[in-house]
Design a protein around this ligand. Structure first.
Ligand code: A3P
Length: 328
């Protein structure tokens, strides 16, 4: 398998379409299984095959800045929610609830992903500081400068049984082929074969980073936001360097943000009601609204998995996280 060193030698221009990059991608292990796109194994992580070349460029070409804030999430952990919350908190001096871009754009689009589209790394260079960015990439596929320059990172993950059920529903909603059964999805997820999987390594990389850089890396779980969204919103505001003023606290701004970004509120916006699915246009991938809003509940796995499956995944999780201090 290609390592970072050999890759940086091979790529001296940020061109995901270069034949040598394409050849390198084609030489990597590849798996079908999910009903959407095949996955390719690159540096321990399963990535959607058509995205690998773009993601390879991120580590060598993305230039983190000291005052960047990166929202890093394992997919199906509440990325949409975190983006809405962080964007609203971060930009509250620029936008009101009446003119926020969230009324016109899917929340996934208001915070740019790092390196998902052609030319995006160049575009990110043009953004003024401080930048609010997002990624599903594991820490090991981001430039080491993320840590050394001391970027702030907010990491969000989710109880794995719920996350895998959410993944299963999502893949089938955006499927281009026959739907995948829950059984197959469960086995793929437990083998680590899901987009940006293995989930356990993804969680652990950021977990360890949060222990090493506690003031710069905030580690969040979906369940924490569900159980006390107001507390998380206040914590996020402080972490993002824009704590609520006394005046804002008195006028209930934090509560308004929680309410505006709630599942019901966002799901009911016209922009988020469009049919589930993805659309590819001009090299860009647009997630269509309703695919990102399903139930938004903790513990929904019980409605889909058997008790045995639940126990098997719990054992796997305990084993993978043993000794790390990370628990679910
Ligand atoms: P479910 O499939 O369990 O409903 P991501 O945004 O990372 O793709 O995660 C999607 C999951 O987050 C889905 O979970 C979705 O319903 C849930 N979600 C999206 N917006 C939410 C919100 N505002 N509040 C709570 N959950 C939300």
């Amino acid at each position: 398998m290609a390592d970072h060193q050999s890759l940086s030698k091979e790529i001296d221009q940020p061109e995901a379409t270069r034949p040598d990059v394409q050849d390198l991608v084609a030489s990597l292990p590849r798996r079908d299984g999910w009903s959407t796109t095949p996955l390719t194994l690159y540096n321990n992580y399963w990535l959607r095959s058509h995205m690998v070349a773009k993601f390879m460029l991120v580590r060598d070409n993305f230039k983190p800045r000291r005052d960047d804030v990166v929202l890093a999430t394992h997919p199906k952990s509440g990325t949409t929610w975190l983006k809405s919350l962080a964007f609203t908190i971060f930009n509250r001096s620029r936008f009101t609830f009446a003119n926020t871009p969230l009324l016109k754009s899917n929340p996934q689009l208001v915070v740019p992903f790092i390196g998902t589209t052609d030319g995006e790394l160049d575009h990110l260079e043009t953004l003024p500081s401080p930048r609010l960015l997002s990624t599903h990439l594991p820490l090991s596929l981001l430039p080491p400068a993320i840590s050394t320059v001391g970027c702030k990172v907010v990491y969000l993950c989710r109880e794995p049984k719920d996350s895998s059920v959410s993944r299963w529903h999502f893949e089938n909603k955006i499927a281009t082929g026959a739907p995948v059964s829950l059984d197959d999805a469960f086995h793929l997820f437990c083998q680590g074969v899901s987009p940006f999987g293995p989930f356990w390594d993804h969680y652990l990389e950021y977990w360890k980073e949060s222990l090493a850089r506690p003031h710069e890396v905030m580690f969040l779980r979906y369940e924490e936001i569900v159980s006390d969204p107001l507390k998380v919103v206040r914590k996020l505001a402080t972490f993002l360097g824009v704590p609520f003023t006394e005046e804002e606290e008195e006028s209930g701004v934090a509560e308004e943000i929680v309410s505006f970004c709630s599942f019901e509120s966002l799901r009911n916006l016209d922009v988020n009601k469009t049919a589930a699915g993805v659309e590819r246009a001009g090299g860009k991938l647009f997630l269509q609204g309703s695919a990102l809003f399903r139930k938004g509940k903790v513990g929904d796995w019980v409605n889909h998995m058997s008790k045995d499956m639940g126990e098997a995944m719990d054992r796997l999780v305990q084993d993978k996280f043993k000794g790390s201090g990370l628990e679910f």
